[in-house]
Design a protein around this ligand. Structure first.
Ligand code: HEC
Length: 291
């Protein structure tokens, strides 16, 4: 294999490794930045939802009961879950790719029904009673999300007034939600998880695109670089070496002895050329002497 091919192969392999490493590093960096951002956004949305729910329970609900009395049950006014659901529906109008769910094993509201992944989260919360929240990456309908979840456990008997035996539930509740689902919950059970989903699919796609672009530009750069090296090598190394080899062969045969060898380059090949030229002169003198 010629020096030129060996050298080019080495450069190609090294540059390819560098270009792939750069693309992988860029992907990892973008993904970790996207996740970091999603975490901050998710924590903010979650905290805001929780605050509005807590405010409702702590400050508004007692006033509502004072004004409306306890005989009548109006979910929009008296259920923090109805309020949280409503607030998020309005939030989602302007921010449609985020979503919030009060994912529940056996809910009153059908849209709160937990899917298989959410049932898994609820089961984990039930197993780890001390756990207060969980978060991570998740795929939903082919889209990537970062989720934040908090468990809802039935810790008070009062929950069962509405979620226990339907016979005991407020009449208005039965009218609105029916009596098929959302009942017969048990004290101590983990029934639900409040989950905020932050979309990260766009950021993931962007990370992949950027890594792809870096790789393409890297490969393009390698091709241009190889072309330049090829031309440089041909002109400054291969051509003079081939010429010197030809002249050295001629000297060994005593041919073409009066034509001087010109290598003006001030590098190793130039020196080699001048040395071969001195050799030509010396051999020529010796040949003259013995003629
Ligand atoms: C006065 C009746 C009442 C009481 C008491 C009550 N809930 Fe509810 N709960 C409701 C209603 C009505 C909804 C549906 C709200 C809506 O429209 O989103 C609901 C919704 C929920 C949901 C969302 C899932 C679903 O069923 O759609 C969870 C979780 C929940 N309640 C848990 C609790 C817990 C835990 C307690 C006790 C701390 C409790 N509830 C006490 C009436 C009640």
């Amino acid at each position: 294999m010629s020096i030129r091919v060996r050298f080019m192969a080495l450069i190609a392999v090294l540059s390819l490794i560098a270009s792939i490493s750069l693309a992988v590093l860029s992907y990892q960096f973008s993904v970790s930045t996207a996740l970091e951002e999603a975490k901050i956004k998710g924590a903010l949305v979650f905290n805001y939802m929780k605050s509005s729910r807590d405010y409702f329970r702590k400050y508004q609900l007692p006033v509502v009961y004072e004004v409306a009395g306890r005989d009548e049950f109006i979910p929009e006014l008296m259920s923090s879950f109805a309020v949280a659901r409503g607030v998020f529906e309005v939030f989602a109008e302007s921010t449609p790719d985020y979503f919030f769910k009060q994912a529940t094993k056996n809910p009153l509201v059908p849209s709160n029904k937990a899917d298989t992944q959410e049932l898994g989260i609820i089961a984990d919360f039930h197993k780890n009673q001390k756990q207060t929240h969980t978060e991570g990456q998740i795929q939903k309908n082919g889209q990537a999300y970062y989720y934040f979840a908090q468990p809802i456990r039935v810790t008070k008997e009062t929950c069962l007034e509405c979620h226990g035996d339907p016979a005991n539930a407020p009449e208005e509740q039965l009218d609105i939600y029916g009596e098929e689902t959302g009942y017969n919950w048990e004290l101590g059970d983990t029934v639900s998880a409040l989950i905020v989903y932050v979309p990260i699919q766009k950021a993931m796609d962007k990370a992949k695109k950027l890594a792809g672009t870096i790789f393409l530009f890297g490969t393009g750069g390698i091709i241009v670089l190889m072309f330049i090296i090829w031309v440089f090598f041909s002109r400054y190394v291969v051509k003079p070496v081939v010429m010197l080899e030809q002249r050295a062969t001629e000297i060994s045969l005593g041919k073409n002895m009066n034509e001087s060898i010109v290598t003006p380059a001030q590098d190793e090949i130039g020196s080699l050329g001048r040395a071969v030229d001195r050799l030509r002169i010396s051999v020529n003198k010796m040949l003259e002497r013995y003629k």
